[in-house]
Design a protein around this ligand. Structure first.
Ligand SMILES: *[C@@H]1O[C@H](CO)[C@@H](O)[C@H](O)[C@H]1NC(C)=O
Ligand SMILES: *[C@@H]1O[C@H](CO)[C@@H](O)[C@H](O)[C@H]1NC(C)=O
Ligand SMILES: *[C@@H]1O[C@H](CO)[C@@H](O)[C@H](O)[C@H]1NC(C)=O
Ligand SMILES: *[C@@H]1O[C@H](CO)[C@@H](O)[C@H](O)[C@H]1NC(C)=O
Ligand SMILES: *[C@@H]1O[C@H](CO)[C@@H](O)[C@H](O)[C@H]1NC(C)=O
Length: 409
């Protein structure tokens, strides 16, 4: 069933990959079709050849959560993974960049927005990958809304100079990672933020003359309309096929040096997208688990039974030797850090998230957690998380009233 769901989802992704027309800045390299085909084909065949030995259904030493933005991965991280792994088992926080040598660390859980090319840094035969996919249209919608939500928080400032000054102050004080350090938000948020400030400045010049429509997604005097966002070069570069590129390790954040060449070729000659897709399917096939945002309940249940159960039995197997301490050091790869944006809101939300995800931490590693308990904890955790998120979102969107993005995707 997993495969059926995944492949029907992939058809949507293919459709997107082939139908989006992209005008990348033309560089002198590799524009020629034959050259491009060669480059892409070679990459694809070496990727397809690289088979990982062993049973892919078995949880290996390191669990790599390849977190595709706006798929609901945050609830998995806070409400499943953080209950399954102790803080000391989490790899150093790595949402913005890799802060440890994967071959020398014995951490068990890594969660990042990095792409699949990160795998080149790990011993493959010891790593299991999990991810969540979402209908690309909804994913893009949600990316827009989140860009607006995060950027709008900064409207408490009178101008961008003041934003920059605050950012500097916060950065020197906290060790948390800001959304603004993390791909793709490090590109999307500042872009949206500049745009929001510019539109607000323009309104100040004509306080009675700006117009407000009934459609919050098309209110150009207040914020960048959805269609403008979607059709921008930056969105085409990093959002449209973002999930496919993340799974194949071809984002513009890739560790793989040829990623840029290949992306360039695929944009230029879109039929070559078929190779990328083939690699994407193969990568998905090798994963331990794939969730689907749309089938949320089913996916969560499957996660608890497939991944959760194995993590629990791994703990049991090693509990005699495992002295898991619960120190809450700054070493964690914490998504609460991701949320750490505007100073005051940031710290409060940080604390709340910590509260939410630490509910059952005590039981981890003590032989007490069962799949049943995990699911229970997950459900109360997600409802708390949802409440917190809705609150933040509401507070943020107030700043761009009357544009109230109500789709909440
Ligand atoms: C930006 O806001 C700060 C704080 O209110 C103010 O002191 C400064 O003059 C403003 N800068 C510009 C360029 O408007
Ligand atoms: C990634 O894409 C963004 C948006 O198009 C761009 O600003 C940035 O320079 C790119 N980064 C790299 C490393 O190519
Ligand atoms: C987190 O939990 C502590 C102790 O239970 C409580 O005092 C604190 O108010 C909570 N913080 C938030 C932001 O919910
Ligand atoms: C389970 O938790 C209880 C306290 O909540 C504890 O007394 C008991 O020893 C634990 N059982 C195991 C097997 O660790
Ligand atoms: C935006 O819409 C939501 C849901 O429809 C509503 O609860 C909220 O009060 C609205 N916010 C504003 C600022 O109008």
């Amino acid at each position: 069933m997993r495969c059926v769901m995944v492949y029907s989802k992939l058809e949507i992704i293919v459709f997107l990959l082939l139908s989006v027309s992209i005008h990348v800045r033309v560089s002198s390299i590799d524009d020629n079709y034959e050259q491009c085909e060669n480059i892409v084909k070679n990459w694809a065949s070496s990727s397809l050849d690289a088979d990982i030995k062993g049973d892919k259904h078995e949880l290996r030493d390191l669990l790599f959560f390849l977190h595709i933005p706006r798929t609901g991965g945050r609830t998995y991280l806070h409400c499943f993974l953080k209950k399954l792994y102790t803080n000391s088992q989490e790899c150093p926080r790595s949402y913005d960049k890799l802060r440890f040598n994967p071959r020398k660390t014995n951490c068990r859980l890594l969660s990042t927005h990095d792409d699949y090319s990160l795998m080149s840094k790990f011993p493959k035969e010891k790593t299991s990958v999990v991810t969540i996919l979402r209908n690309p249209v909804d994913r893009i919608f949600s990316t827009y809304e989140f860009s607006v939500e995060v950027a709008a928080r900064f409207l408490i400032h009178p101008n961008l100079t003041s934003v920059a000054r605050m950012a500097k102050r916060v950065r020197s004080k906290t060790s948390g990672v800001s959304t603004l350090d993390i791909w793709p938000w490090k590109y999307l948020v500042p872009w949206m933020r500049e745009d929001l400030f510019a539109r607000r400045d323009a309104r100040k010049l004509k306080p009675d003359a700006y117009s407000v429509t009934n459609n919050p997604y098309d209110m150009e005097d207040i914020l960048m309309p959805l269609h403008e966002y979607i059709n921008s070069p930056i969105a085409k570069d990093i959002i449209h096929n973002g999930a496919t590129f993340q799974i194949t390790g071809l984002t513009n954040n890739s560790y793989f040096v040829d990623a840029h060449k290949i992306r360039h070729c695929v944009f230029k000659h879109q039929t070559l997208g078929a190779y990328v897709l083939k690699v994407a399917k193969k990568r998905l096939d090798g994963m331990l688990y794939i969730g689907l945002t749309e089938n949320h309940r089913e996916s969560a249940t499957m996660f608890a039974n497939v991944v959760g159960a194995q993590v629990i039995s791994q703990h049991l197997a090693s509990s005699s030797t495992d002295v898991a301490s619960n120190d809450d050091s700054e070493q964690r790869s914490s998504l609460s850090d991701v949320q750490h944006v505007a100073k005051n809101q940031g710290i409060d939300a940080h604390q709340k998230l910590k509260n939410i995800s630490s509910i059952t931490q005590d039981e981890v590693g003590h032989g007490n957690l069962t799949v049943g308990k995990l699911v229970e904890a997950y459900e109360s955790c997600t409802s708390n998380l949802r409440k917190t998120q809705a609150e933040r979102r509401g507070n943020s969107l107030k700043r761009i009233a009357p544009a109230n993005l109500t789709k909440e995707v």
